[in-house]
Ligand binder design. Structure first.
Ligand code: ZN
Length: 157
């Protein structure tokens, strides 16, 4: 697994966004869309209103479909605090986005949530590579995964 200094900067921003989500009473997830070394779109989880499809990676896919050419989408990179869920991985694939770099994996999240006594997710959290096998996917990144774990430990269930 190769992580560059700029990858670390973008993952830091994802963790910041996850912290913002937590501060707003939402689940701690954050993601950024990077093209040519610049963040061009970012979002955090917004499921607190009751719509559990409001994940940042899904918002990124929809934004990219509207605002970027197919070539730009393929060149872009999605950084995220937590590995794409199957819904978001599918949206990523359908829209034709490029590389994925995640701080913590879906398997880690499942383990942490189980330890914390959180309710079961209503879907099977397959690894993103099973949904989009041709996409270059990197993660988890231990130093960032620990930060994400701390955010989940601060949640109330
Ligand atoms: Zn998702």
């Amino acid at each position: 697994m190769t992580i560059s200094e700029s990858d670390k900067l973008f993952l830091t921003r994802c963790v910041d966004l996850a912290q913002q989500a937590l501060n707003a009473g939402d689940e701690p997830f954050g993601s950024v869309l990077v093209l040519d070394g610049e963040i061009i779109y970012e979002d955090r989880n917004r499921v607190g209103g009751g719509d559990h499809t409001q994940h940042p990676e899904f918002a990124i896919a929809r934004w990219a479909a509207t605002h970027l050419s197919p070539e730009q989408r393929a060149q872009s990179v999605v950084y995220t605090s937590g590995e794409h869920c199957p819904m978001c991985a599918a949206a990523h694939g359908w829209v034709g986005l490029g590389r994925i770099v995640f701080a913590s994996s879906a398997a880690q999240l499942q383990q942490w949530l189980q330890e914390l006594g959180a309710p079961q997710a209503p879907i099977t959290m397959l690894p993103a590579k099973e949904i989009v096998p041709t996409i270059d996917i990197v993660g988890p990144v231990p130093e960032f995964a620990q930060q994400v774990k701390a955010l989940h430990q601060a949640r109330r269930f």
